[in-house]
Design a protein around this ligand. Structure first.
Ligand code: ZN
Length: 79
């Protein structure tokens, strides 16, 4: 099961969450507020593009339930 990244087009299985504020700075262009899907690599690349020092924590989501994963935007994951 995976989702398709709207940045690089690759399939990804790790959904990296960021704050709403950060997401609005890095989301794929043309997406509505809170919408869009990016893989971890694209998220990190876009964070790097801020060209400023940042510190982030990567923690496991407490709501992670593999059987019920639905990609952002309400799209079904690709099998
Ligand atoms: Zn990507």
């Amino acid at each position: 099961m995976s989702c398709k990244c709207q940045g690089c087009g690759k399939q990804y299985r790790i959904d990296v969450g960021v704050t709403d504020e950060i997401w609005e700075r890095i989301k794929p262009s043309g997406k509505a507020v809170g919408a869009g899907m990016l893989c971890g690599s694209c998220i990190m690349a876009r964070l790097e593009s801020f060209n400023e020092y940042g510190s982030y924590e990567l923690v496991e989501s407490g709501s992670y339930i593999p059987q019920q994963i639905i990609c952002a935007d309400g799209l079904s994951p690709n099998a």
